[in-house]
Design a protein around this ligand. Structure first.
Ligand code: 4NP
Length: 166
């Protein structure tokens, strides 16, 4: 089944300044490569409110730019209405995943909540399904985020196809 309106995907982390804006931009690039840019809208949000209105973290933006990827947007917090408005809410780590499942009102809405790297068979095989939070770590953490998010987004695209959303 395909829908008339674009499918909507919300990438979710804690602060919405590092991991989820990175995942948003990487997914947009992958969709462009796959000719699906007009079929899927991607946005991002955080479960926390500390950085609402702020641009992406400059360390995340710099790491992404080194790979030719531009981060966009201003941080926003996940809202109750997002569970109805989006087709999939994609958590970056187990903590975000648990928070989203708690915020979702019912089983149907909980069914829209996925963990990004749980969709990446290599990450599942390695037993390592979190996108690690780079905020308080060293500079390499931002490149690690890009590496794991690039694989995770391929898994997410496969999931969109498996759900008949694209
Ligand atoms: P993000 O990283 O969840 O990937 O955006 C963080 C950003 C800010 C904070 C924690 C994580 N913070 O504690 O302010």
């Amino acid at each position: 089944m395909t829908t008339d309106r674009p499918v909507r995907v919300l990438m979710v982390c804690l602060g919405n300044i590092c991991r989820s804006p990175t995942a948003e931009a990487v997914m947009v690039g992958l969709l462009e490569e796959e000719g699906l840019a007009d079929r899927v809208e991607v946005a991002s949000a955080g479960t926390g409110s500390w950085h609402v209105g702020n641009p992406p973290d400059e360390r995340s933006a710099a790491a992404a730019l080194r790979r030719g990827i531009s981060l966009r947007g201003a941080a926003q917090q996940v809202r109750d209405a997002d569970f109805a408005d989006y087709d999939l809410l994609v958590a970056m780590d187990a903590s975000n995943h648990a928070d989203l499942l708690r915020l979702a009102g019912d089983d149907e809405l909980r069914g829209k909540v996925v963990l990004l790297r749980a969709l990446d068979p290599d990450a599942v095989a390695a037993g390592d399904t979190d996108v690690p939070d780079p905020y308080y770590g060293g500079p390499n953490g931002f490149d690690t985020v890009l590496d794991v998010v690039e694989s995770g987004c391929r898994g997410l695209l496969a999931e969109l196809r498996a759900r008949g959303l694209v």
